[in-house]
Design a protein around this ligand. Structure first.
Ligand code: BGC
Length: 796
């Protein structure tokens, strides 16, 4: 049965398995295990994967005659593998059973979102009517982030004998989860060693090729009835074989408990000794389960958004994946926001600008986690400075794709699966990622009031990004304005002008407007810093008045192109050819990846007014109308509701939504302007992963930005919520499909503030605390206060 707290799949469909595995991944912020069938190793339908946050490895491969380096989130040894077969007293041993066996009669998968437990139930029956029921339960421990466990129960029907069980620790795994990366070397694990300890403990230790992270996994296998095991080491793994006597109505059980330790952990310890010590003391499955459930309950209390109905159920799944990718444990780690979660190998576990869609939720619910994610960027500030220096610039140039070191990890070549051609990848020109990092710093500080962070690490990030923009902008005397040239906007389709010799486009409106915003905030920040810190930073960064005067000038005179009364996505966008959208839709059906379609036809999307995803419209996602119009006014442009509406409808007609982030931004922008199609885009984003709308990509990892964004769309988008020094500002907009919802948030030093939305009404409850009353600013700048320990309702 599927309820609002469960997510399930009935029956077995090998083609659906990659999706099931990704959406049934279990994690605790530190590591994740895909929801793969324990019986199976990697193949077309199955792909067991265990990934440790921040554990990347670099390998060099040769593709299309070129040597390319790639850093990947490493697939760790498979600890879940459990093979079994029946040995009836009255006949020979049966075949090894898997969901692909012809004897399979029943199969279902249930993910209990409240408890963080995955259950797979199978029933096999052979030609002679001998049945075996198998139930697996798995958890990745939310309280102790070094542990995971898998409990398997066997029950015989109509026969007696034994079940032969192989409990395997498989270190032969490689990174092979994404078809289009299979040309690349995926053998990241080396120097395998294996062994056994007393009490059914097997272990494996290995290291990544470069930079040599040492990894140890110790697995304790306990069976009931208890019995001796035959223990063998294989090339890169261990096998423990058990013969469990079984009779009808009496079940047999196997529990595998995992301890995972690596040389990335602190305090530093030998990973193998740590793993074997921990596993020797690890509690029994029932005790692990109850502590795990209690930890999840606390996570839900802090993180839940309640929305009734099916929308609420999907949102809960999104929250589940967000909360287990970036859990409270993340606050202790040096990791960024992996665009595809810890759920698969797409985009190699890299960190893009997607934190822009994730941090707002964390700011409101788990500010410590948001801060840790910003510190990941801060630790990589030296690498960003070096990248800027090498490019001939000042300040910090954050990479479009980041992983362990903070250097640029964007691939040099990418494969168009439609044409089979390897093409140069210029997406590293998306310099706007730096503004996303700076924006997140500022918004985090606004939402939480964490001046300590803003004035220390936050200021260093923000000022260095501002400085980069100031230097990257060049003055064009003919225009009388500053320009930023040779970049790419969030729309990844346009990486060059048609027939241009060099990549990059000029004056991307989103890049320029956000750069101007960062420069202005940099100046604001310098203005608010305590004198001592300001002079310390000025000295450290060698900031002088001349440079600040330039920041001021650039922030007011950056060029933003317009055409036909709308903001141009970039200079010359309006001169590009119009695409015959209907004919492409008719010919190809799904045209989300128009770039690949056109390239395969020998054409290029660079020639057309066609965008992959929200680019100019991103401005309406980041900024409320007043702030956006004010930003343009500061730049000396008139942007008002009329121009903005015209801009929105212009790009709506010219966007293929080749990224799951696109529907989210369009849904947000339309909902805020009470546009007719808002729900269509919101719904598309809600379904992005659960219905795999991008066609086969979810199995390679969830789309974390879109998942988090849907939650934030309800929490901030539909309420117009802003938390800042003045308190809580709300400007709700109705969305008929989500008329009611409730959640608990942090607002500055107030924790546990409860917001409830009903049609035409909104309630705010402030918990009893020494923080005193909370100021709420309602539409029309109406200020009210809600005393601690009280709830107030407002008519809208
Ligand atoms: C999108 C980017 C995004 C990346 C990772 C791409 O398809 O175009 O905006 O950052 O996926 O999610």
């Amino acid at each position: 049965m599927t309820t609002c707290w469960t997510w399930g799949y009935d029956g077995y469909d090998p083609e659906r398995e990659p999706l099931v595995e990704a959406l049934c991944t279990l994690a605790n912020g530190r590591f994740a295990t895909r929801g793969s069938a324990p019986e199976c190793t990697a193949g077309t339908a199955h792909y067991p994967g265990t990934y440790l946050a921040g554990c990347y490895d670099r390998l060099t491969s040769v593709v299309a005659g070129e040597r390319v380096e790639n850093e990947d989130l490493v697939n760790l040894p498979n600890w879940t593998l459990l093979r079994y077969r029946c040995r009836p007293d009255d006949g020979p041993a049966g075949d090894w059973l898997t969901p692909d066996a012809t004897e399979l009669r029943h199969h279902d998968v249930r993910l209990d979102l409240r408890a963080g437990v995955l259950t797979r139930r199978l029933f096999f029956e052979d030609a002679r009517g001998r049945g075996l029921r198998v139930s697996h339960m798995r958890l990745v421990h939310m309280r102790d982030p070094g542990l995971a466990a898998q409990y398997t129960l066997f029950r015989a029907y109509g026969w007696s004998g034994s079940v032969e069980v192989l409990s395997v620790l498989d270190g032969t795994v490689t990174n092979a989860g994404v078809e289009r990366y299979r040309h690349l070397d995926g053998r990241h694990l080396t120097d395998h060693r294996t062994g056994f300890e007393s009490d059914g403990v097997a272990w494996i230790s290995c290291r990544t090729a470069d930079p040599g992270i040492r990894i140890a996994m110790a697995v304790r296998t306990v069976t009931r009835p208890a019995g001796p095991a035959r223990e063998e080491s294989t090339t890169a793994g261990t096998v423990q074989t058990y013969h469990l006597p079984i009779v009808p109505h009496r079940s047999a059980m196997v529990v595998k408990t995992l301890a995972l330790h690596t040389s990335m952990d602190w305090p530093a310890a030998d990973p193998l000794s740590a793993a074997t010590d921990v596993i020797a003391r690890a509690p029994s499955f029932p005790r692990l389960l109850s502590a795990h459930k209690a930890a999840w309950q606390r996570v839900w209390e802090q993180g839940e958004l309640r929305v009734p109905g099916e929308v609420g159920r999907i949102l809960r799944l999104h929250m589940f994946h967000l909360l287990q990718t970036l859990s409270p444990h993340t606050a202790d780690l040096d990791v960024g926001v992996p665009a595809r979660g810890l759920h698969g190998e797409a985009y190699r576990g890299h960190v893009f600008w997607d934190e822009l869609f994730v941090l707002p939720y964390l700011d409101l619910h788990f500010p410590e986690v948001a801060r840790a994610l910003l510190m990941y960027r801060h630790r990589r500030l030296p690498a960003a400075r070096e990248a800027a220096r090498l490019a001939g610039h000042q300040g910090a140039m954050f990479p479009w794709q980041s992983a362990s070191s903070g250097r640029e990890e964007t691939q040099a070549l990418h494969l168009n699966p439609r044409s089979g051609r390897w093409l140069p990848d210029h997406s590293h020109l998306q310099r706007h990622v730096g503004s996303a990092v700076a924006y997140n710093v500022w918004r985090y500080a606004q939402a939480t009031g964490d001046r300590g962070f803003l004035h220390a690490a936050g200021a260093e990030i923000l000022l260095e990004v501002a400085r980069y923009w100031s230097g990257a902008a060049t003055f064009d005397p003919a225009l009388g304005r500053y320009r930023i040239r040779g970049v790419m906007g969030p729309d990844e389709y346009h990486d060059a002008y048609p027939d241009a010799a060099n990549p990059g486009i000029d004056d991307n409106a989103y890049t320029n407007a956000t750069a101007a915003w960062v420069l202005a905030r940099g100046l604001d920040l310098l203005g608010e810093l305590p004198a001592a810190r300001r002079s310390e930073l000025s000295e450290q960064l060698s900031l002088n008045d001349g440079e600040l005067a330039r920041w001021e000038a650039v922030s007011r005179r950056l060029y933003v192109p317009f055409h036909q009364g709308v903001v141009s996505q970039f200079e010359g966008y309006g001169d590009l050819a119009e695409l015959d959208w209907e004919s492409y839709r008719a010919r190809y059906g799904d045209i989300r990846r128009l770039d690949r379609i056109l390239e395969a036809e020998g054409d290029t999307v660079n020639r057309y007014q066609a965008s992959k995803q929200a680019d100019t419209l991103m401005m309406g996602y980041l900024f409320g109308p007043e702030e956006l119009y004010g930003l343009f006014a500061r730049l000396g442009y008139r942007l008002d509701e009329e121009v903005w509406r015209a801009t929105v409808s212009y790009y709506l007609r010219r966007t293929s939504h080749g990224s799951t982030l696109s529907g989210l931004v369009h849904g947000w922008v339309l909902a805020r302007q009470k546009g007719a199609d808002a729900w269509r885009y919101c719904e598309e984003t809600l379904l992005a992963d659960v219905a795999d709308v991008q066609g086969g990509t979810t199995g390679e990892g969830i789309h974390l930005g879109a998942m988090a964004g849907t939650i934030d769309l309800v929490e901030r988008g539909l309420t117009g919520l802003e938390t800042g020094p003045e308190g809580l500002r709300v400007a709700p907009v109705p969305l008929a499909e989500i008329p009611r919802f409730a959640y608990t948030l942090c607002c500055g030093r107030h924790r546990g503030v409860r917001l409830r939305r009903l049609p035409g009404r909104l309630a705010i409850r402030v918990p009893a605390s020494p923080e005193g009353p909370l100021t709420v600013v309602l539409p029309g700048d109406r200020k009210v206060t809600v005393p601690a320990g009280h709830e107030r309702w407002f008519r809208l």
